[in-house]
Design a protein around this ligand. Sequence first.
Ligand code: C5P
Length: 226
Amino acid sequence: MLTKIALALDIADEENISKLLSLLEPKPHIIKIGLELISALGIQKALNLTQSLSPQSEIFLDFKLHDIPNTVTKAIKPLLQHKQIKYLTVHTLGGHKMLTEALKAVEGQINLVGVTVLTSHSEQEIKTDLNLELNSLSQNLVKNAHLAGLNWLVSSVWECLAIKQKYNNFKIITPGIRFSGQNKADQARIASPTTALEQGSDIMVIGRAVCEAENPQMAWQSLLKI
Ligand code: C5P
C-alpha cells in the first residue's frame, strides 16, 4: 500500500529530516524533494541525506520547471547523473514545445511528470484571477501533455477520474491529501487518502498530513490500513 505514497519532505533542516525519517516505518517508497529543501541544502546535499536515511527510496524531484525550452532542457541534463531521481515535474503550462523537448532531455531515464492546475488554486480563484473555468483549463493542459507524449501528470484528486476516462495512458500523482478534520492550510482542492484511491490516484503526495501531524508515526502507519 505504501508503494502508492510519495512523502513530501518539505523540511528545511537536516536534524528535523533525520528525526522524521527515523520515525517512519516502513520507509517511503518515494520521497519527494522540492524547492524548500533544495533552497536550504542544495541538491547534492539533499540527495545524500535522503540516500543515507532511506537508501531504498526513489526520489521525486519536484522542481516544477516552467521556462523556455532551451533553459528547461539545460536544467534537466545535469540531473541525469543522479540515478536515484525517478520523477521530475514540469509545468504543462510551459507548452507543447517545452514539454516535448523536456521529454527528449530526460532520455527515458526519469519519469517526466506534467503539473496541471495546482491544488492550491480553487475553482473560484481560477475564475477571478484568470477568467478561466478550472475544468476546461485542466482539460487543455492534460490534452497538451498527452500530445507531447507525457505519461505522468500531477492533478488534484478531483480531476483524476475524468482524465482517466479520456486517456488510458496517464498515471496520476495527487497532492492536496488530508486526513479528515486536518487543516487545509494553503491547499484548496483537497481529498482524503481513501478518496484519492477511489478516484484512481496512482501515487498520492503526503506532506503536512504526516510531517505536521501530532504523531507522525501513527499518521504514517494509518496509511498502511487504507
Ligand atoms: O503538505 P502538503 O501535503 O499540502 O504538500 C503538498 C506537496 O505537493 C508540496 O510539496 C507541494 O509543493 C506539492 N504540490 C502541490 N500541488 C501541486 C503540485 C505539487 O501541492 N499541484
